[in-house]
Design a protein around this ligand. Structure first.
Ligand code: ADP
Ligand code: ZN
Length: 682
């Protein structure tokens, strides 16, 4: 019984097929196999099955001679001629279902192209070569520096051995990490094997993607998030049949159906976009490690600012730490100046957006015909509006969040549910006409810069200016051509772009991320600052970074100003240990939500009591129950949200305990429960 993954078994004389479906039901379902379908039924194929009066797509995961219902219904039909899921893929998705507490069917559905989830594919195969990635001239491997050489040796050793190993490649920006990926992949290809490269977001890393395309030509498949369904499917087929041997893509590319995997690379491994935020809530980094173990191949986790989790594991020698400490050509890292905005407030007697230091630096940059990037991780114009008489702050009716004023469209917008409304001229509470606008977003930064520097060509890049397909590339392209002098933006501009003429990076307010109600706030801040700082001085002219803050003594900022990851790590890891947060524990976040506040509160309290009852003494020793407490955003889209956290040193023990208990949990009517293992935010 069960599936025998090493030998993709056919049904032969088995009576029943075990079928997983894309529903949050943690079990497989038994269906009888009509005699006409016996010879085609095979593990890894999709089938149509009757399910609660409907027909659904399911995946055959095994066969059995016994059945757990009195009368099994028969399979309607078999969709695939050949299995779409390899035995590796079945093992991997099974592991995901156990680790992230979702069903096997949900995990499988996350691992295949959308069109395959829906059933029979009738799309005409189309060439996926859109205009997006024009193949540049093939580029030759560079002669490695001695530092690169040393890293390369370790990696190649494992590639040759065909052995699992995870390398944490800690290398400052521009230290030659990408060149290492490229040459390692070259070796993998020469062995007739394949590679997967994950990048945080394709649209934001066009240069990186181009380098892969340039080196490997049409052996590369680039999985854009912008690819429409049929194109994604034809790329998937090109990968499955072995035409494409290097896959570059975002999070879900980790499920690419490559055979004979020889290497996985995760660039910017600390990026939060590797975590999927709805079920299955997997982390592509952890999935990668598991996939590499199944394939006996190495993984490279590259970053200038490794996640605390990865660096901790590397320090403990569970992963292997390799380092690149110098920028190529020994260019020095830019000088970073921290500007204490409290002093600015004291001397100028008012809150200002730009310190004199920053204004002077922008002025100088423009005079010297160089470029500047001005960073603020908050979009919109004003961050809130409020009545000067009664103090009312305008909030979203459906969310526990303040409405942000956007100049474009002249509207108040909720950043959680996208609700829009015209800003009132008189206060809806006291009818006074004293509505005042507070706070600063990127839109306002852009408009203020235009006021200060009327001659400058200024553009903005954030979610609001990049809704159209291809708009990222357009803005970045214009900036590269120096048709833009100052680029204003959110974290979108922090990613790995290489603009040699950028000599100044200004951070308008570093405190935005620092003040987030999240145990990773300091880490996010350090990462972002290190990344934006890395944008300055990539060319001959050196660079300068100016960080404005009201918390100039914070270790995240101090360490970032010295480009000192180890210093930051040393401080942060102490806090994590003291407060028993990751990497010292794994968290399982249980979020209860309901339209009624009382039901949400009651249900979360009951959930805690329920867990206490169900947990054995041993479970209680291994897993700590924390809460309930309201989510940091306590209401979204009309749902009140309360969290119960489980914290345990060992993930599989914690998952096992949670699963065992939750299987018997009955949600009250109108209450929903979301389970998030290793959540990325609270
Ligand atoms: P990172 O990925 O760490 O930011 P890159 O691999 O992009 O670094 O390297 C930074 C720049 O240096 C790139 O323009 C790259 O082509 C160049 N480079 C990398 N390695 C070498 C080398 N061994 N010799 C000469 N140039 C190199
Ligand atoms: Zn809202």
């Amino acid at each position: 019984m069960g599936y025998n993954a090493d030998n993709m078994e056919k049904s032969k004389e088995h009576k029943f097929a075990e079928v997983a479906v894309n529903l949050p039901l943690d079990r497989v379902f038994h269906y009888s196999i009509p005699s006409g379908l016996k010879k085609d039924a095979e593990i890894g194929k999709r089938v149509y099955v009757p399910f609660r009066d409907k027909q659904k797509v399911g995946y055959i995961t095994g066969f059995s001679d016994t059945c757990d219902v009195a009368k099994a219904k028969p399979i309607d039909s078999i969709i695939d001629e050949k299995p779409i899921l390899s035995s590796h893929m079945l093992k991997l998705t099974k592991w995901i279902s156990e680790t992230y507490l979702c069903s096997w069917g949900q995990a499988i559905s996350a691992a295949i192209p959308g069109v395959l989830k829906k059933g029979k594919v009738s799309v005409k195969p189309r060439s996926a070569k859109t205009a997006k990635v024009t193949l540049p001239q093939a580029t030759k491997p560079l002669k490695l520096t001695s530092e690169q050489e040393r890293v390369m040796e370790s990696v190649l050793h494992k590639i040759e051995q065909e052995d699992y190993k995870t390398f944490v490649l800690h290398g400052i920006t521009s230290s030659g990490k990408t060149e290492i990926y490229l040459q390692a992949i070259e070796r993998v290809l020469s062995k007739g094997k394949t590679s997967i490269v994950l990048v945080p977001e394709i649209a934001l890393t066009p240069q990186t993607v181009e380098r892969f395309a340039g080196r490997f030509g049409d052996r590369v498949a680039v999985l854009h998030s912008g690819l429409i369904g049929s194109m994604r499917y034809s790329e998937w087929k090109r990968i499955k049949d072995g035409t494409a041997r290097v896959v570059v893509g975002a999070r879900s590319a980790i499920f690419s159906p490559v055979n004979n995997l020889g290497l996985i690379v995760i660039d910017e491994e600390h990026e939060t976009s590797y975590k999927q935020d709805d079920a299955p809530r997997y982390h592509a980094r952890d999935v990668a490690l598991m996939r590499a173990k199944l394939s006996n191949c190495p993984v490279i986790l590259g970053s200038a600012t490794p996640s605390l989790e990865s660096f901790y594991m590397a320090k403990k020698e569970h992963l292997e730490l390799v380092r690149l400490t110098k920028r190529i050509d020994d260019r020095s890292l830019p000088k970073v100046k921290i500007v204490d905005m409290r002093m600015e407030l004291a001397t100028r007697k008012r809150i200002v957006m730009f310190s004199q230091v920053l204004l002077d630096a922008i002025e100088r940059t423009l005079r010297e015909k160089k470029q500047a990037m001005i960073f603020l991780n908050r979009r919109g114009f004003s961050t809130y509006i409020s009545c000067k008489k009664c103090g009312l702050v305008l909030k979203c009716k459906k969310c526990d969040s303040v409405l942000v004023y956007h100049y474009k469209g002249k509207s108040l917008v909720c950043h959680y549910c996208n609700f829009r409304t015209a800003p009132p001229e008189i206060c809806p509470q006291c009818r006074a006409s004293y509505m005042k606008y507070f706070g600063v977003g990127t839109e306002k930064v852009e408009s203020e810069l235009a006021r200060f520097f009327p001659g400058a060509r200024i553009a903005r890049m954030d979610t609001d200016t990049t809704k159209k397909r291809g708009s990222h590339e357009e803005i970045l392209g214009e900036f590269r051509k120096h048709n833009i002098d100052i680029l204003v933006g959110t974290q979108m501009i922090a990613k790995g772009h290489d603009f040699p003429r950028v000599t100044l990076v200004g951070v308008v307010n570093a405190d935005v991320t620092l003040n987030l109600p999240d145990f990773r706030a300091s880490e996010r801040t350090f990462n972002l600052l290190a990344q934006v700082a890395g944008r300055a001085g990539r060319g001959e002219d050196g660079g300068e970074v100016i960080i404005q803050t009201y918390a100039p003594g914070h270790y995240s900022l101090l360490a970032a100003s010295k480009h000192d990851y180890e210093k930051f790590y040393a401080e942060e890891i102490k806090t994590r240990k003291d407060l028993f947060f990751p990497p010292f524990c794994h968290i399982i976040k249980l979020t209860v939500r309901s339209r009624s506040e009382q039901s949400a509160v009651d249900a979360s309290q009951n959930l805690r009591r329920f867990l206490e009852q169900k947990f054995s003494a041993k479970d209680k020793e291994a897993v700590k129950i924390v809460g309930p407490a309201p989510s940091p955003v306590s209401k979204i889209r009309g749902y009140y949200r309360w969290n119960v956290l489980l914290k345990g040193k060992n993930r599989s023990i914690a998952c096992e305990a949670a699963k065992k208990a939750l299987i018997n949990y009955r949600k009250p009517i109108g209450v929903f429960l979301a389970v998030d293992v290793d959540p990325i935010s609270m």
